[in-house]
Design a protein around this ligand. Structure first.
Ligand SMILES: Cc1cc2nc3c(=O)[nH]c(=O)nc-3n(C[C@H](O)[C@H](O)[C@H](O)COP(=O)(O)OP(=O)(O)OC[C@H]3O[C@@H](n4cnc5c(N)ncnc54)[C@H](O)[C@@H]3O)c2cc1C
Length: 363
């Protein structure tokens, strides 16, 4: 029986595990984390916040994302969060053939996505100049304020917070029994690692080589503006959405890596200036602030959720991993199914191919 858990990591993934642990009556939930939602070292603080079901040529991952997308509205309702922003998102960051193929493929997998033509975009996005001939439209896609939602999920979970770095896992006879933070040892029935880019370092302490990549994402925030764009948009060389305070949150190409930018403030200003030239608005638009976040990317780009195996192929007991990019999209289902697996000992079939030791060759 699982009566006590330690969740290492205070981002959106840790928050979802905490929330679902509480829903499942786990009495003692400790969250040990170096940073909290809103701290600028977290991926969660620096995210763009688009929840969507896309995973080209990867039906398993697309189904998982769709399940999470479908679960998100219920989660928002359950935590009484009023600040989910827009519903329905557009993309046209692919050539026309690829847009049509993406839509066709995802429709065949049961997603509510469609093509919107230029004349329809005129009505839906009246304040945007230069619309494409065809855009993909995810009817149920969402934009969420990940920091606020993570805080809310923790609030609802009755957790005990410890703001510390976990330096080691306590490991005996192929079982993780707890964690060490400097000199202090803390024990629990289960340790969940929702540690994003901190995961390889922790796993080194039990001789697991867990490889991750990362890239840097820059987002520029404007001053609050009247409603201009009701839907998140991913265009060819920009992405933009309007957040719950009316700020435009602007990035460049969707997966741009800002690692090599040497003047991030100047690049952020440029993002704002370029966006001003794309929208029909006469008022003042200024750069309020910018964020830079590291994307936590498992080696094959797919989430890693589940149990680890040791060098002879045995499951390591007492530890569960939940590390992913698109963590905002995936966190609800990861937390729900992850906690159910920890309690029941049974892995949901949706998680089978995301077990940490399975590396997909899709990327
Ligand atoms: C610019 C950008 C845009 C993005 N856009 C989107 C998007 O539109 N949609 C989407 O779905 N996803 C998006 N993502 C990805 C998404 O933000 C992340 O996948 C998600 O936030 C990861 O959440 P997490 O909780 O796993 O990690 P984090 O938020 O990074 O949290 C990890 C936590 O673990 C703690 N930690 C790590 N090691 C230790 C340790 N040893 N001891 C104690 N604590 C530790 C950290 O302090 C931190 O609190 C984007 C990311 C970036 C950077």
């Amino acid at each position: 029986m699982t009566s006590s858990i330690i969740i290492v990591g205070g981002g959106i993934v840790g928050a979802s595990f905490a929330y679902h642990a509480h829903l499942n009556d786990i009495k003692k939930i400790s969250v040990i984390t170096e940073t909290l939602p809103g701290d600028n070292q977290q991926a969660t603080t620096n995210t763009w916040g688009w929840v969507n079901g896309y995973a080209n040529n990867d039906e398993e991952y697309a189904s998982f994302r769709l399940a999470s997308l479908n679960y998100w509205p219920k989660l928002i309702e359950n935590i009484n969060n009023i600040s989910s922003t827009s519903k329905g998102a557009f993309f046209w960051d692919l050539n026309e053939t690829d847009i049509l193929q993406t839509i066709d493929q995802h429709q065949n997998w049961g997603h509510s996505v469609s093509i919107k033509q230029e004349f329809e975009l005129e009505k839906i996005l009246p304040n945007l100049f230069n619309k494409p001939k065809n855009a993909g439209y995810g009817k149920n896609d969402l934009a969420v304020e990940a920091t606020e939602i993570s805080k809310k999920l923790f609030e609802k979970s009755n957790v005990n917070f410890l703001k510390k770095k976990v330096t080691k896992l306590i490991f005996e006879k192929n079982k993780v029994k707890g964690v060490q933070t400097g000199d202090e040892k803390i024990y629990a029935d289960e340790v969940i690692l929702a540690t994003g880019l901190g995961t390889p370092e922790i796993l080194e302490s039990i001789n697991i080589n867990f490889i991750m990549r990362s890239s840097l994402g820059l987002l520029a925030y404007t001053n609050p503006l009247p409603p201009l764009l009701n839907h998140p948009i991913t265009g060819i060389d920009f992405h933009v959405r309007q957040d719950s305070q009316g700020r435009l949150v602007i990035g460049g190409r969707f997966d741009d890596d800002a690692t090599k930018e040497n003047d991030l403030a100047a690049s952020a200003k440029m993002l704002v200036n370029e966006m001003v030239s794309r929208i029909n608005f006469d008022g003042e638009v200024t750069l309020d602030h910018y964020t830079v976040g590291k994307r936590p990317l498992p080696i094959d780009g797919r989430p890693k959720i589940g149990r680890l195996k040791n060098s002879v192929g045995e499951i390591i007991k007492g530890v569960y991993i939940a590390v992913m990019h698109s963590g905002v999209t995936n966190a609800p289902m990861a937390g729900k199914l992850g906690i159910e697996e920890i309690i029941s000992g049974k892995q949901d079939k949706m998680l089978t191919s995301f077990a940490p030791h399975i590396i997909s060759d899709r990327e």
